[in-house]
Design a protein around this ligand. Structure first.
Ligand SMILES: [Zn+2]
Length: 352
């Protein structure tokens, strides 16, 4: 605007056009910026009290957000670990708590759930995670699958919205989950669903469809417009940046993390790199970097190997996002200002 005031109209328009086309201020990161650039992995499962992985993360300028989830690993133990790690690393570690659904349908479920949310927040949680067991596993006493937009959860969502408690929702699964193996776009999905056939919905046609999962989540976004909602795993719309863009446009309160969905992103960018790159730039304020990497205790575990895998995994994704190098697929080379938002600024508020 200052330029317009200082110069005659036509010159200023021409100058602006030049500025926009060559964009001399556009900066890019390189591989060598990886270590020193502040970063957040906003979807990292920290399931051990061992501080070594925090030390590794800190040495690479990574902060970690640990979303607790109502899966096979005890949620009380996850909470206890989260509190312990946060006490040791108050500025570098944050977590989202979660709640059990064992007593769903019994009297007192809502009040117990809200009490659990309060306990998590008092313990230091920055938000609450909701997992795919709702929609894909939990059934009511008539054997019907319970979806996230079930009225039994209304009071909970009203509470979360009113108290401005952020929610991370891993609802549904990649669309691959409902497809035969030869139609899947993510080779990782083939492996995952072979190992977890109970979650491979192609084998369970009696369970709710892919669109039923998406629609029930969307109805939460519609009903609670002030809810700070992170759609984990690209909001289960990983297969199409076009579909994801439509959903982001429709629900201004939605943000998404990329955790464990780099493969479908790369699948799309190998076909149309400009489209995926434009998507990342357009929605730079609403995309959050995360990996879904996990660390845990295990007898005989080669900890050095785990650490080097973590570092390599983070570095490979950095190279894809920040450079145009080809590691399997040509990188997106996003501008540094966009990287700073995706890798740090968009998740910064979840940390102390
Ligand atoms: Zn996860």
């Amino acid at each position: 605007m200052n330029i317009r005031i200082c110069l005659p109209g036509i010159v200023s328009v021409a100058l602006l056009a030049v500025l926009m086309s060559c964009n001399p201020a556009e900066k890019y990161y390189t591989v060598s910026d990886f270590q020193r650039t502040p970063k957040i992995d906003a979807h990292f499962h920290y399931l051990t009290r061992d501080a070594q992985y925090m030390h590794l993360a800190s040495s690479l300028n990574f902060k970690l957000l640990n979303p607790n989830w109502d899966g096979p690993s005890s949620i009380d133990e996850q909470l206890a670990i989260s509190v312990a790690v946060q006490n040791s690393f108050p500025h570098e570690f944050a977590f989202f708590g979660t709640f059990p659904v064992d007593s769903f349908g019994k009297p007192g479920f809502t009040s117990a759930t809200i009490a659990r949310v309060d306990d998590c927040i008092k313990a230091g949680a920055s938000g609450i995670k909701i997992w795919k067991n709702i929609g894909m596993v939990l059934q009511d006493h008539d054997g019907r699958y319970v979806m996230i937009n079930d009225t039994a959860f209304s009071a909970l969502f009203e509470y979360l919205e009113k108290k401005k408690i952020p929610v991370m929702g891993h609802l549904g699964e990649p669309r691959d989950c409902w497809l035969p193996e030869n139609e899947m776009i993510d080779p990782g999905a083939v492996t995952y669903f072979r190992e977890h056939p109970q979650y491979y919905m192609y084998l369970h046609p009696e369970a709710p469809s892919y669109m039923a999962q998406i629609n029930s989540r969307d109805s939460i976004l519609h009903r609670y417009p002030a809810l700070d909602f992170i759609g984990a795993h690209l909001a289960s719309l990983e297969w199409s940046v076009d579909e994801l863009a439509k959903t982001l446009d429709k629900y201004p309160n939605l943000k998404v993390d990329i955790a464990a969905r780099m493969n479908p992103v790369q699948y799309q960018s190998a076909i149309n790199r400009a489209k995926v790159r434009d998507f990342m730039i357009k929605y730079q304020d609403r995309i959050i970097y995360g990996t879904d990497f996990e660390v845990h205790d295990e007898p005989g575990l080669d900890i050095e190997k785990v650490k080097s895998n973590l570092q390599q995994g983070w570095l490979d994704q950095w190279i894809y996002m920040t450079t145009d190098s080809t590691l399997g697929v040509k990188g997106l080379k996003l501008p540094a200002a966009v990287i700073d938002k995706i890798y740090y600024k968009n998740a910064e508020k979840y940390f102390r």
